[in-house]
Design a protein around this ligand. Structure first.
Ligand code: 13P
Ligand code: ZN
Ligand code: NA
Length: 283
């Protein structure tokens, strides 16, 4: 069965590795990352954005993820990514999501606290993990668009206060990474992360995982980033594999002919990320 990600992430932080969390949009993408995790014996977080929940339906997603969990020997959690809508979040918990992100990072600190508290209360009663964001992660993720000049680093003292006030079990502090592929390299505020790591005894979450250079991912994980979200690179791997098939054979009309290589591409990318964050063999 699907499990809450809280304990999984606490163990990761304690032992200095990160769990990879993949945004999936189709059954094949879900199967590909599950295959990747099973083969490498890595604990896994499957996640979907609000847009994907609306596209596929939370019940379909939960059914597919629960089937994956039943077939697997590795622990699997199902997480709702960047949710701003309390009602949808509650619906996903009811359907069987085992982790939710309440993203109120666009609101002032007090309002972020209030909205997060509200979710922590219901989620705790349901045994569901909660993630919240402080600062603002730049870039585009689903309907959430943050311009570069509006991106905001998390403040270490606010992180301490936020953790105390909300009791949130996992925290995503914005440290300069962004959703999507970077023009050039991300400008990660390692000094800030170091302070947060020292002051906040919670598993931290690294957003904007696509495009971060390998050595910087490793540094982030060493500084308490116990979960790394990967969305864009996975979509690119999936889509490019399909494009290659259609380039060679524009008349192709058997979905299996392009889904099989697309799954292989997603699996390969997922495994590379698992090696990077060090969760291989941790199941
Ligand atoms: P990327 O699209 O940069 O991988 O970011 C993923 C993410 O943070 C999802 O919440
Ligand atoms: Zn994100
Ligand atoms: Na990114």
């Amino acid at each position: 069965h699907l499990i809450s990600s809280t304990a999984m992430l606490q163990t990761a932080r304690k032992n200095g590795y990160g769990i990879t969390a993949f945004n999936v949009h189709t059954l094949e993408m879900l199967q590909a990352v599950v295959d990747a995790a099973e083969e490498l014996q890595a604990p896994l977080i499957l996640q979907t954005t609000v847009g994907t929940v609306k596209h596929l339906g939370p019940d379909y997603i939960v059914a597919a993820a629960a089937t994956a969990a039943k077939r697997s020997t590795v622990p699997i959690a199902l997480h709702l990514d960047h949710c701003t809508d309390y009602n949808l979040l509650i619906q996903c918990i009811r359907e069987g999501y085992t982790s939710v992100m309440i993203d109120a990072s666009m609101h002032p600190f007090e309002e972020n606290v209030r909205r997060t508290q509200e979710v922590v209360k219901v989620a705790a009663a349901a045994g569901v993990n909660v993630e919240a964001e402080l600062g603002k992660v730049g870039g585009v993720e689903d309907d959430i668009v943050v311009a570069d000049e509006d991106a905001l680093l998390a403040d270490p003292d606010e992180c301490v206060k936020f953790a105390e006030l909300t009791g949130v079990p996992t925290l995503a502090p914005a440290i300069g990474t962004a959703h999507g592929i970077y023009k050039g390299e991300p400008n990660i505020a390692f000094g800030k992360l170091e302070q947060i790591f020292a002051k906040v005894d919670l598993p931290l979450v690294l957003h904007g995982g696509s495009g971060i250079p390998a050595d910087q991912v490793k540094r982030c994980v060493a500084l308490g980033m116990a979960k790394m979200n990967v969305a864009t690179e996975l979509r690119i791997a999936f889509s490019n594999a399909i494009k290659t098939i259609f380039d060679a054979n524009p008349e192709e009309n058997d979905p299996r002919k392009y889904m099989v290589p697309a799954k292989a591409a997603v699996k390969e990318l997922a495994q590379a990320k698992m090696h990077l964050t060090g969760c291989v063999g941790r199941a």
